[in-house]
Design a protein around this ligand. Structure first.
Ligand code: HEM
Length: 430
């Protein structure tokens, strides 16, 4: 999940350059091995669980690199996610950093209540109410029904690739449409409108689209979801938006419902799509692991957890701000300081895993932080697991000769993005 807290269309998408501007390139760009954490992060291994970090905007922050310290931060609500009340240093312009340092700007802007629905960027009690309402919608029944739907989507897309020839770019042909159609189903987007929804989402999420086009597509998406909310009020269906309209007491406003839908889209689309794309790439680059999976599909559940740990696609996107002076792993973190969880490193913590830099689908399972921890832990994690299990499972069994169509070092990587992955993945199965 990206940490951009701006309301409106921008919150559905990620700015390709934001992280680059603020962090040294070697902390964002993956090096020779696209599956390993960036070199700048790896070099910090063993240098402390909580390390000071200077950002390019002049602000100081703390980098958390061990799994225990990361859990401690994420389990403590005094480390805030509220991006309206507590500014996150990774989002500030240099003049804002100066104003804060000089005491010319308030550290905690005065906001009495939040009326939006961006609950991922809220603290209790505002977060609690929306999170509970949403959790009530992610029912076992709904997830079970989605599983067979996801399988249909996966199989249809594999068949379409096969019908079109012997080569494809897996990202637009498979990795992007699966989560996009799942979110359509979740939100109850009419079949007739799905092409339009997918088209807008693809433009808004494509890092190669110029900024103004991305912004326009984002605004159109916002309008599209506003219309969807109105439609669900008039004619409810068996979807999450209708469920929220029915269950919330006091009722949620249209703006809150629109925001909630945008959070689901923003949190559930790009993440899962990149796990499908990068996950396939990683398996193709580890043929012995892929062979083990094909020989015994029962290994798939463990393989998904291992891929989540090993790939850790959320680069440095989970941040918190200390609301008071706090101590983590013996390091004092002053009120107002931003803490960045270095998820790729926390998931390679040598204290926690043997040979952490090795992909091993047979590895005994140990909990990882790919879905976060604490009250904001990923709400869609079971759904994401099903999407990955079905998506990767169907792909590797239905296309037994699947392989890269270009040398591995020519696969374009999403180095500039908060959510890592591949921009495209040319594959062949002939
Ligand atoms: C492999 C795919 C995914 C990954 C790696 C992932 C990762 C994460 C992480 C790390 C967080 C915690 C953010 C924080 O603590 O600040 C999060 C939160 C969240 N995720 Fe996911 N996610 C994935 C898929 C999904 C899906 C499919 C959905 C729903 C359709 C979803 C919905 C959410 C929501 C709503 C939150 C915010 C929860 C809250 O603030 O209470 N995610 N996700």
């Amino acid at each position: 999940m990206t940490a951009s807290g701006e309301r409106t269309s921008a919150s559905t998408t990620e700015s390709p350059t934001a992280m680059r501007r603020l962090l040294p390139a070697d902390m964002v760009e993956r090096g020779k091995c696209p599956f390993d954490p960036p070199e700048g992060l790896r070099r910090r291994r063993g240098q402390g669980a909580v390390q000071p970090l200077e950002l390019a905007n002049g602000a100081s922050a703390w980098l958390v690199t061990s799994i225990e310290a990361a859990r401690a931060v994420m389990a403590d609500v005094r480390f805030s996610s509220d991006r309206v009340r507590y500014p996150d240093a990774t989002k500030l312009q240099p003049h804002e950093v100066e104003e804060l340092a000089a005491g010319k700007a308030a550290l905690t802007p005065k906001v009495d209540s939040r009326e939006d629905g961006m609950f991922v960027f809220m603290d209790p009690p505002e977060h609690t109410r929306l999170r509970r309402l949403l959790t009530g919608q992610f029912t076992v029944r709904r997830m079970k029904a989605l599983e067979s739907h996801i399988r249909d989507i996966a199989v249809q897309h594999i068949e379409a690739m096969r019908a079109a020839g012997t080569e494809a770019d897996l990202v637009p042909a498979y990795a992007l449409p699966i989560p996009s159609l799942v979110i359509c189903e979740l939100l109850g987007v009419d079949y007739a409108d799905r092409d339009q929804f997918q088209e807008r989402t693809a433009i808004a999420l494509n890092s190669n689209t110029p900024d103004d086009e991305r912004a326009t597509a984002g605004m159109e998406l916002y309008g599209f979801i506003q219309d969807l909310v109105s439609a669900k009020r008039k004619e409810p269906g068996d979807d999450i938006l209708s469920g929220l309209i029915h269950d919330a007491d006091p009722p949620l406003t249209d703006a809150q419902l629109t925001d909630v839908a945008l959070v689901l889209l923003g949190a559930g689309h790009e993440t899962t799509a990149n796990m499908l794309g990068l996950g396939t790439f990683a398996l193709l680059e580890h043929p012995e692991q892929l062979a083990a999976l094909r020989a015994d599909p029962a290994l798939l559940d463990g393989a998904i957890e291992e891929l989540l740990r090993y790939l850790s696609i959320i680069q440095m996107g989970v941040t918190r701000v200390a609301t008071e002076d706090l101590t983590v792993d013996g390091v004092r973190i002053a009120a107002g300081s931003t803490v960045i969880i270095a998820t790729p490193e926390t998931n390679r913590d040598p204290e926690h895993w043997d040979e952490p830099d090795r992909l091993d689908v047979l590895r005994p399972r140990a909990s990882h932080l790919a879905f976060g921890h604490g009250i904001h832990q990923c709400l869609g994690q079971q759904l994401a697991r099903v999407e990955m299990k079905v998506g990767l499972g169907e792909l590797v069994t239905r296309l037994p000769d699947l392989r890269l169509a270009v040398p591995a070092d020519q696969v374009p990587l999403r180095n500039e993005m908060l959510i890592f992955g591949v921009h495209s993945l040319p594959v062949t199965w002939a």
